[in-house]
Design a protein around this ligand. Structure first.
Ligand code: BDR
Ligand code: CA
Length: 330
């Protein structure tokens, strides 16, 4: 266990895969979860905040503050999610109504205050649209160099075909978190903040992130409530995303690639790329356009670091550890 725990804000929209990330953040002994900031994404933010509270209550961790963001993106209507997280957003677990409440502060203020309190120490794992983070950056641009790092599940770059064959936004070219609030993604990606994006090329690449039978058995052996819940979510994802007739099997909770990469950055191979976020037409809204030309490249585009691949063995190992093994349970 680390002496100084790594300070984390989880900006999320639980969401099946987001909820597993919350459990990982609560369980891993090296992490100090400062707050959860709930976005409108998989569901509007009143529902995602309530789901975050449900997960905290389920694990008896009601000491963690949850702040609720706006009910819609920065400038758009809240769109319909084609990807299914179940009726309750938590894979149809139907946990009881939470008895705890969200705090009386906006996520942007929570992010600003924590970053100013611990300059250079706070990491953000962002597994949702970036509305809250964009607002924080607009309200206080001085926080940009003080944010230690951001890991964002966002974009479809074209490193692998899965960027588009598994596109989750509601058009052929985009990933859901950027699609929902492309203006917010643009603000954050262009801010110069220390960000690593994990696009669907990697986060939804079944060859890399499908959990193996051996990993599932290891999770089963942990035996704590978070491991049990994660197994149920993995099963839910498998049942709802695999297309058996086409031989396509998908069981990985997408957002956990960000949480696990934060826990162990070495698992990612990344590349600095020039990227623009499309805020335009219905057909391509939310597309993250990587200018990969050798000649005539638009050098004025902003540079971000993006995941090219993930070490599958490391990911699976950290996934298991984050649910309980690192805490010495077995
Ligand atoms: C993202 O969209 C949501 O459905 C998931 O929670 C994930 O954050 C993937 O595009
Ligand atoms: Ca999410």
């Amino acid at each position: 266990m680390m002496e100084n725990k790594r300070k984390l804000i989880l900006d999320c929209d639980p969401g099946t895969d987001d909820s597993v990330c919350i459990m990982m953040a609560l369980t891993h002994p090296d992490v100090e979860l400062l707050a959860i900031t709930a976005e409108s994404g998989n569901l509007p933010s009143d529902k995602t905040a309530a789901n975050a509270l449900r997960i905290l209550e389920h694990l008896g961790r009601t000491d963690i503050p949850v702040a609720q963001g706006m009910l819609h993106p920065l400038v758009r209507e809240y769109p319909k999610d084609p990807y299914c997280h179940g009726e309750d957003g938590l894979g149809n677990h139907f946990f009881p109504e939470p008895v705890t409440k969200v705090i009386d502060r906006f996520p942007a203020n929570v992010i600003i205050d924590e970053v100013m309190k611990y300059p250079g120490e706070v990491s953000l794992v962002c597994t949702a649209p970036l509305t809250n983070v964009a607002m924080a950056i607009m309200m206080k641009p001085e926080i940009v160099p003080l944010i230690k790092e951001i890991y964002h599940i966002g974009g479809s770059y074209g490193f692998t075909d899965y960027a588009f064959t598994n596109a989750t936004g509601d058009n052929p070219m985009s990933e859901w978190n950027v699609y929902v609030d492309p203006e917010a993604a643009k603000i954050v990606y262009e801010s110069g903040v220390n960000i690593t994006t994990i696009g669907l090329d990697v986060a939804f690449n079944p060859e890399a992130v499908n959990l193996s039978d051996e990993t599932l058995e290891q999770i089963r052996r942990i035996g704590n409530p978070q491991a049990k819940y994660a197994l149920e979510i993995i099963d839910y994802i498998d049942k709802n995303n695999s297309i058996e007739e086409q031989g396509i099997y998908i069981n990985g909770p997408i957002d956990t690639t960000a949480m696990c990469s934060f826990l162990c950055p070495d698992m990612l191979t990344t590349k600095e790329i020039k990227v623009a976020v499309d805020t335009g037409s219905r057909l391509t809204r939310g597309m993250t356009i990587w200018d990969r030309r050798d000649h005539f490249r638009w050098e004025n585009l902003h540079t971000i670091r993006s995941a090219v691949s993930i070490d599958s063995d490391m990911y699976q190992k950290v996934f298991v550890e984050a649910l309980g093994n690192a805490a010495g349970e077995s």
